[in-house]
Each structure stands twice: as C-alpha cells, then as structure tokens.
Write a protein that binds this ligand. Structure first.
Ligand code: SF4
Ligand code: SF4
Length: 449
C-alpha cells in the first residue's frame, strides 16, 4: 500500500480547518511543504502540546510527506515566543538529521491563516480566490501530520486532542474518542466553575457558539480543536449572535466609512481586493453592487475587522459570512481576477499583536492556565458523525447490533470521491445507524469481554 492509500484508509482529514481529505491534498507535486505550527487563535494550546509531545513523529513524517510530493523545501512556521516548542523541534531535527527548516514568526494574528502563512514563509502571494497549490505550496497543520504518522503505522483517526479551557476547574488538553459528547469533555476538565456559561467551539475569533442545551448532542469530531467556556454575558456571545437584519440596519446608520476594517484586513494587506468598508457602504444603497459584494468571497472570517478594528462596533465579518452563504447557494464563485495588487507597504505595522488582541477580547485571565499533560476520556458511548470532512458523506457499512472493535471501519467513501473513511473510536455494540451518525455503546456497558 502506498502512502496516499494508507492515509485514505485511515480517514485522515485536515485537523485544523474544514476537514479537507488529506490523501487528495497530497496528490501531485509541490515545491514547498509548509507546516502550520503557529496556532494563532488566542488561548489555544493543542498544537503546541502536540509539538512538545510528538516532535520526533512530526519531523520523521515530514520527510516522508516531502518525498511523496517531491517538495524541495520543508518549512515549519512557528512563533518565536514559543521557546519550548522551538526547542523540541530543533532537537528532533538534529537527532533525525532532517532537512526540515524552522521559520520564526512574531506573535500576531492571524499568522496561521493559510494565505498569510504562505506569504510569510515563501513571499509568494496566492491569487485571490486561489489555493496554495497555485503557487507550488502544500500546507498541513501539526495535528494532520500527527494523524499521518499514525496512518503510516496503520492506525486510523479515532481520537482527538482538544483544549478545554475558560470557566472550568482544570483547564486541560483532553484526549477524547471521536463522537464523545462535549459535556463529557467539560466533565473531564473538572466541570464548569460557573452556572451561567456559554461555549465557543474553536478559537475565540473564529469559533462557533454552541447552545448549552445542545451540549450532550454536540460531539468531538476530527476537526475539533478547542472548547472555551465563558460567562454567558461575555461580549463575544453578543458579537457572534447578531441578527442579520439588525446588523445591516446598524451598518447603514452607523458606518462612518473610516475604512479601518480594510486597513487592518490581513487579506487586503497581502494584496487581495477585499475591502470590507466598501461592502459595508454597498449595503447602504438600494441597488447593491454585485462586484463589490463578491469581494466577500475572499474573506477568511478572521474577525479582525469586527472584533479589533471597527470603532463603531459593527460586524463586517458576520456580514461577509452571510454574503458568502448567499452567493454560495446561488453557485457564484470568485473568479480569479488580475486585480491582485502588491503586498501593502504598511503591512508590517498593521499586523494585529496577539497580546493586544487578547486584552481586547477580555480573555487575559484565562491565558496560560492549561495544565501540563493530558486527560483521557473513557467514553461509555459515542455518536460518530458521518460527515466530518469536506465532500461526500460517508456511507455506513455496519448494522445495529454488530460488535465493533476500536479502529474498525464503520463508514466508507470510494477512493475516487472527495471524502474520508470513518472508524469506530471505541469498542462496543452499534446502537443506532442513521443518515447523520453511528451510535456505539461501549463494550463493558453491554457486558462484553
Ligand atoms: S471600521 Fe466600522 S465604521 Fe469604519 S468603515 Fe469599517 S465598518 Fe464602517
Ligand atoms: S474577517 Fe474582516 S479582516 Fe478578516 S479577512 Fe474578512 S474582511 Fe478581512
């Protein structure tokens, strides 16, 4: 079995993003292999943990991936301030006599945005609406590389390391079987310290809000990286849960066209024709200019404009997200245009310092609280979603009542299709199979050996 087949068989998808199937990403050749190890969202610790604990596995695997895609250069982007992680990687590179290079980034947000990272590490500009391969680059996240290492040793993706922090007794890294309910993750972090809390799944800037009443229904997936518990009255919840009509009305009446949102937009700064202030202005006129609204398709929804830049508390990011949804439903895509310009001359001075962002987010009190090591969850049951990746939903191949082993294939996709295989994350008995998930009850509970 070749490397791509092993990765496909193990169901590896991008661990840090939307879940793009990795065996497809690694098809073909690329000049550069870049590793995103900057973990730029405030408070998150999972990737740093993986680097410290699995640096040898990461460096060893990078050599194999680089050979596969015939990369001439392999570079890990890591923040200069993360000295323990830099040391771990440096030691692994020396021990393995690897050709992997480290590139040190300052502590700014969003250093981990794929397009920003490619520019930082190669000085190449991905064209607007393009992907890294357009400029001869493949980017992988640290978690994905660890999963590739496991796949090469015949171990499928069954578990995920997740940062659980904020208003919990023991902010921790949790090692959870895929399909574990989020309330179990909170339990594993010593339970919530307050009654009235809300949850952000992912980072504070780009994560989504989970309704507390849905906690037992929401589960850990292959792309879950963090969950943050915050007091329900934290401004982030109000900021992320605005009604569209209200956002548009506020934009029409309060946008002063200062253009700070555009001035600090990381995508605009690397030369993409994304001008959120013009999108906001377009909302104020009766006949919206479609060409301007299409610029929203270039938005990575990093939130800098909304949470950091706008002096009027408006929501360009959320509005861009809505426009992207609407255009997506109509099948409208961004067509590559020659409108790409040079990287902005002020870019270096307009990067958002991560420490200042943390203060702006009012999250300093939760920083640096994660305990060393990790806690394992022994799940009594898991509900494993059939769609944890971009592409086709996986097809179940097990029936109610079947006994499955941890790591056993339970849902498949064809190799020609965009998608990823799904495996049992615990040993047990299949309790339910439907078009959304496969429910497994743990062996012990049903009297198995
Ligand atoms: S920063 Fe706010 S007020 Fe200024 S142009 Fe952008 S949306 Fe309008
Ligand atoms: S969220 Fe705002 S700052 Fe970030 S890419 Fe989109 S428009 Fe630019």
């Amino acid at each position: 079995m070749n490397i791509l087949e092993k990765i496909f068989q193990a169901g590896v998808v991008g661990a840090g993003g939307a879940g793009f199937p990795t065996h497809i990403k690694l098809k073909g050749v690329a000049e550069y292999l870049l590793i995103n190890a900057v973990e730029c969202e405030p408070l998150l610790e999972t990737d740093k943990f993986l680097i410290r604990y699995k640096s040898h596995e990461i460096i060893e695997t990078l050599g194999i991936i680089a050979d596969q895609i015939q990369a001439k250069k392999v570079i890990i982007g890591v923040k200069k301030k993360n000295t323990r992680e830099v040391q771990a990687l440096t030691k692994a590179i020396e021990t393995l006599n690897s050709r992997v290079e480290l590139c040190f980034l300052n502590n700014f947000y969003p250093a981990g945005d794929e397009q920003v990272l490619v520019y930082e590490l190669t000085q190449r500009q991905i064209p607007p609406g393009g992907i890294p391969k357009d400029v001869g680059v493949v980017v992988c996240n640290v978690g994905t590389v660890v999963n590739i290492y496991e796949a090469l040793h015949e171990k499928p993706v069954t578990h995920k390391f997740v940062t659980v922090l904020g208003e919990v007794k023991n902010p921790s890294i949790i090692y959870a079987p895929i399909g574990t309910s989020l309330d179990k993750c909170i339990e594993a972090a010593g339970a919530a310290t307050i009654q009235d809390y809300g949850i952000i799944l992912g980072g504070p800037m780009m994560g989504r809000i989970i309704d507390k009443s849905q906690l037992s229904q929401e589960v850990v997936t292959k792309t879950t990286g963090a969950m943050i518990l915050l007091p329900q009255d934290h401004f982030l919840f109000k900021n992320k849960q605005q009604d569209l009509a209200q956002m548009i009305n506020r934009s029409r009446s309060a946008c002063i066209q200062c253009s700070f949102c555009t001035d600090l937009c990381p995508r605009n700064l690397i030369g993409h024709p994304l001008r959120p202030h013009r999108i906001m202005r377009s909302l104020s006129v009766d006949r919206q200019q479609h060409e301007i609204l299409k610029e929203a398709l270039l938005c990575c929804e990093c939130g800098v404009c909304q949470i950091y830049a706008c002096p009027m508390g408006l929501s360009p990011k959320s509005i861009n997200g809505e426009i992207k949804n609407l255009l997506g439903k109509e099948g409208i895509k961004y067509s590559n245009s020659p409108a790409q310009s040079e990287v902005h001359g002020m870019r270096e001075y307009r990067k958002v310092p991560a420490e200042r962002l943390l203060s702006r987010l009012d999250l300093h009190r939760y920083s640096g609280k994660i305990q060393e090591g990790y806690a394992c969850i022994e799940a009594e049951e898991v509900k494993i979603p059939l769609r944890q990746h971009i592409g086709k939903t996986a097809m179940p191949i097990v029936e109610v009542g079947s006994v499955v082993e941890e790591g056993q294939l339970i849902a498949k996709v064809e190799e020609k299709d965009l998608g990823a295989k799904i495996h049992a994350s615990i040993q047990g008995v299949i309790k339910e199979v439907n078009h959304e998930f496969i429910w497994i009850e743990a062996g012990e509970k049903v009297g198995m050996q």
